[in-house]
Design a protein around this ligand. Structure first.
Ligand SMILES: [Zn+2]
Length: 206
């Protein structure tokens, strides 16, 4: 388990003044395109962890994410807690999502993020067997770059959370799907401007 745990990506390079913005649970009919518009205005690349069932419903938005230079990752098909599933069921969740992403974008994702951040040895094993790199977000005893935007904070609180917790090499977790993400879309431009003023380069994950 320890060896597998060490392979989970929780930050990029601590020595580089860079931050990776990540968005989970899309594509969403409304919020994903809004977020893409804002990222485009600032010419910034981010990472989107897509749900297979939403790629099936919005393949054109998935295609746009890739066309605009962002990274897409596998966030399972139906957002289960993977620690409750068998090897075969986990494999099926990842495979079906992979197929939808390939169909929509022509790209086979290399990154995987487990729903709810919930994983166990079996989840990491299956992801590894399928050549996925498992991605978490930056979280240790001192800080967490989970903005918890899913819990309903206003935009100013999302921004403040990032200001309080940011670090070099940080991976920030936000959401473009799974609920009303109006506050996330409002917070995004101020977040980008704050990070750029602090001389962080915003990078996609690979
Ligand atoms: Zn999720």
């Amino acid at each position: 388990m320890l060896k597998l745990l060490k392979q989970v990506l929780r930050h990029t390079d601590y020595d580089k003044r860079e931050v990776a913005l990540t968005f989970d649970d899309g594509p969403h009919a409304l919020y994903t395109e809004k977020i893409l518009d804002i990222l485009g205005e600032y010419d910034i690349k981010a990472t989107f962890f897509l749900l297979g069932e939403h790629v099936r419903d919005y393949p054109d938005i998935a295609k746009r994410i890739v066309a605009e230079g962002h990274t897409v990752g596998n966030h399972t098909y139906s957002h289960p807690n993977l620690t409750t599933l068998t090897h075969e069921e986990i494999h099926d969740e990842l495979t079906r999502t992979e197929q939808e992403i390939i169909l929509a974008t022509g790209i086979r994702p290399k990154l995987f993020r487990p729903p709810y951040g919930e994983f166990n040895e079996l989840v990491l094993q299956v992801a590894g067997e399928m050549n996925y790199k498992t991605v978490y977000w930056s979280q240790d005893t001192n800080r967490s770059l989970d903005t918890k935007d899913w819990a309903g904070p206003i935009a100013e609180e999302i921004l403040q959370h990032i200001k309080n917790n940011i670090c070099s090499g940080g991976i920030v977790l936000m959401h473009d799907g799974g609920g009303d993400r109006t506050q996330t879309t409002i917070a995004l431009a101020p977040i980008i401007e704050f990070l750029q003023n602090e001389n962080f380069t915003l990078v996609p994950l690979h």
